[in-house]
Design a binder for this molecule. Structure first.
Ligand SMILES: NC(=O)c1ccc[n+]([C@@H]2O[C@H](COP(=O)([O-])OP(=O)(O)OC[C@H]3O[C@@H](n4cnc5c(N)ncnc54)[C@H](OP(=O)(O)O)[C@@H]3O)[C@@H](O)[C@H]2O)c1
Length: 351
């Protein structure tokens, strides 16, 4: 079977289709184009993509060319993939053709996952256990790694601690709740009302951030606040309020700017300034910053393997918001723009 895959796609002159950002703008700038099938270089593996994650990060790079690190158009988005190894480059001995693998695409820039085939360094890819759903596995890559890093390295949570997860029904929020339950935490989560059943089912007490003041609600529910707040929303007012619900010696872990959806890119410098100012307050509370996920390769491989094993064992079950065919990526971006979903939106190639 492995040989057949290589023969079918391995010859030069073959074409593939991928989704590119043709210019910065709305979802309709995502266009399907045909290009040469990429050939893996030394140390690389070519993967036939089965599932690619869609993220808030993708939306920011699609919308604007002003963010640091934005490549020139045309470029392809997609920071995580799951697929089947299709061809090995030279010097690769750790992976076999036909193996299902998962990984992040950071090594090649802002992304590249919205495609039929992708070449990635073998060092970025981790085997996926048999019988795992590729759409669920792809949720694990960036969202669960982020949640794991935030929870176990940045906040260093201890069993029995009390946490508030902002954006609890989102891709990272649901990951934090699943890992928080395994860690034995007492959990609260902000979400729109229609997502409260999901938040409860993941083990947290839901708070309707749109219609109630979460600071007051946390105080009335807990008395003295929480040990850790995980905040992927950002913005000056939001972060200040997240800080206020911390107990003495509590930790605020900020790791995202979902507020840019409404507030635009100005939210980013305001968020950074607020984090800087909060860190200066000498009241015992901490605002630790998460290290870059791609910095520590040994941690990345070990933790991704651990998370995929938890998935295979049924101990976590990522929330897939919707499975959308790869070539309808524009529709996936419309869904992210509109909101109202829960979990992670995934592009699939087998639809
Ligand atoms: N640092 C990293 O490594 C890293 C990794 C992954 C993600 N991120 C960042 O984290 C952010 C969230 O990512 P995601 O994938 O979880 O996004 P997502 O799936 O779109 O979820 C965002 C959630 O935020 C909620 N939300 C929006 N405004 C809110 C507010 N004012 N208060 C409370 N909740 C609010 C929404 O809740 P409702 O729909 O319930 O209203 C939504 O569920 C993004 O900025 C992303 O770039 C960073």
């Amino acid at each position: 079977m492995n040989t057949i895959v290589q023969e079918e796609y391995g010859s030069t002159g073959m074409k593939q289709q991928c989704v590119v950002v043709t210019q910065h703008g709305g979802p309709n700038v995502l266009q399907v184009v045909e290009e040469d099938l990429p050939e893996p270089g030394a140390g690389e593996v070519r993967v036939k993509v089965l599932a690619a994650g869609v993220s808030a990060y993708d939306l920011m790079f699609r919308r604007s060319g002003t963010l640091p690190g934005t490549p020139r158009v045309p470029f392809t988005l997609g920071e995580d993939i799951v697929g089947v190894v299709d061809k090995l480059g030279e010097e690769v001995s750790t992976i076999e053709p036909g193996q299902m693998v998962a990984g992040a695409t950071w090594a090649i820039g802002v992304g590249g996952g919205y495609t039929e085939f992708i070449c990635l360094p073998a060092s970025e890819l981790v085997p996926v256990p048999p019988d795992v759903d590729p759409a669920e596995a792809v949720c694990v890559v960036v969202n669960y790694l982020t949640a794991h890093m935030a929870m176990h390295r940045t906040a260093n949570v201890q069993s029995g601690e009390r946490i508030l997860v902002q954006g609890a029904a989102g891709g990272t929020g649901t990951a934090l709740l699943e890992l928080g339950k395994l860690a034995g935490l007492e959990m609260y989560g902000t979400a729109s009302k229609h997502n409260h059943e999901l938040v409860s089912s993941l083990g947290a007490t839901p708070i309707d951030y749109r219609n109630e003041d979460f600071v007051k609600r946390i105080r009335s529910l807990t008395g003295d606040g929480v040990d850790v707040v995980f905040d992927p929303v950002g913005g000056a007012r939001q972060l200040w309020r997240s800080y206020r619900v911390l107990r003495k010696d509590g930790r605020l872990v900020w790791f995202g700017v979902a507020a840019t959806k409404k507030g635009g890119l100005l939210v980013i410098p305001l968020t950074l300034l607020t984090v800087f100012l909060l860190k200066l307050i000498p009241d015992g509370k901490q605002v630790p910053l998460a290290p870059d996920l791609s910095e520590d390769k040994a941690w990345y491989r070990e933790t991704l393997t651990e998370l995929l094993d938890l998935l295979a064992a049924g101990k976590i079950k990522p929330v897939v918001a919707e499975r959308i065919p790869l070539f309808e990526a524009a529709r996936a971006h419309e869904l992210l723009e509109r909101g109202g979903y829960a979990g992670k939106v995934v592009l699939v190639t087998d639809a």
